[in-house]
Design a protein around this ligand. Structure first.
Ligand code: MN
Length: 323
């Protein structure tokens, strides 16, 4: 299905809609939800914006962020899921949505997407779901105002690591330039996203840097957050979202890993690769997925065991890829 078909579905569909995104929402999830939500609202739709989890404080400046609710007011006929590779990514809302039998529109850019919707538009070349939403709003003939542009820019700038990651293309920059031309306040975006880190989060980063290790090939590096630290610093985690990218920034390292023990013996693993290894495939070996250069999974085992297993599997890929 192409994006014009999705636009037609929305244009010809019911006026009651919901836009939902994944748990532990990032800038792309929130920015895309709000941009599409504000656009649909401007077009006269009755739209519910839903996310199971709270909106991190760093995104509270986004226009409409107070409109996002943690549950449905009622289940509308059409539910649009954004930035979710799988329906379970929306958390407990997933069961409500699946059992409702309502029409699901799945819009995403993860290569691991399972095409769970009734209508699916998956563009794995899009740097962010926000890029797709930019095109969709244009296809809906809805003007992109400053508010919508702020949400879309935030989605794109966060999912590309400020235009550093390999997913950044000419199209990404063209879209970003157009969004800037709508009069968005880059100083505010910058200050909320990167220049407002609480001292406690900086201390957490110092602790995490202390855990950095490399394997004997020197191509794999990782940082570890044991449960005690996770618990102590839980409120500061939103400010260190980007830390997962740190290990791979080391010279010669191809795979960077970040092990976060979110419950005792339950470890969330972040995978990043520099230029060769497909970490989506690597994460899939552990029941996760994502993108070629950024993926994740959750494993239920003692932290030490998880580190050993994942590093061992990662080593196979760097040894195979050689050089
Ligand atoms: Mn995304």
């Amino acid at each position: 299905m192409d994006l014009t078909d999705i636009a037609k579905l929305i244009k010809n569909g019911e006026k009651d809609l919901a836009v939902v995104s994944h748990t532990n929402p990032d800038g792309d999830a929130i920015g895309s939800t709000l941009a599409l939500g504000l656009a649909l609202e401007n077009m006269g739709y009755n739209v519910q914006l839903v996310n199971q989890d709270n909106i991190p404080r760093i995104y509270s400046f986004l226009p409409g962020s107070d409109l996002i609710r943690s549950s449905f007011l009622f289940i509308p006929d059409t539910i649009i899921l954004l930035d979710c590779s799988d329906i379970s990514r929306v958390g407990i809302l997933g069961d409500t949505i699946s059992s409702s039998g309502r029409y699901i529109i799945n819009i995403d850019h993860h290569v691991s997407n399972t095409f769970f919707g009734n209508a699916n538009y998956i563009d794995t070349r899009a740097a962010a779901t926000g890029e797709i939403i930019y095109n969709l709003i244009n296809l809906l003939d809805c003007p992109i105002n400053e508010e919508i542009a702020t949400c879309l820019y935030t989605a794109i700038v966060t999912d590309t690591g400020s235009f550093q990651f390999e997913n950044t293309t000419e199209r990404t920059h063209i879209i970003a330039a157009d969004l800037i031309s709508k009069g968005i306040d880059l100083a505010i975006i910058r200050s909320f996203l990167w220049e407002n880190i609480p001292p406690k989060s900086v201390k957490l980063q110092r602790k995490l840097l202390d855990t950095l290790e490399m394997d004997e090939t020197q191509k794999i590096a990782w940082a570890v957050m044991p449960y005690e630290i996770y618990k102590e610093y839980e409120s500061s985690l939103e400010h260190i979202e980007g830390f997962v990218n740190y290990p791979k920034s080391i010279e010669g390292v191809e795979i960077g890993l970040f092990f976060k023990e979110i419950e005792p013996n339950k470890v969330k693993v972040g995978f990043r690769s520099k230029s060769k290894v497909d970490v989506n495939k690597l994460a899939q070996k552990f029941g996760g997925g994502g993108h070629k250069r950024a993926a994740g999974c959750i494993l239920e085992a003692p932290l030490k065991e998880v580190i050993e297993q994942v590093v061992k599997e990662a080593q196979k890929t760097v040894i195979k890829k050689g050089d």
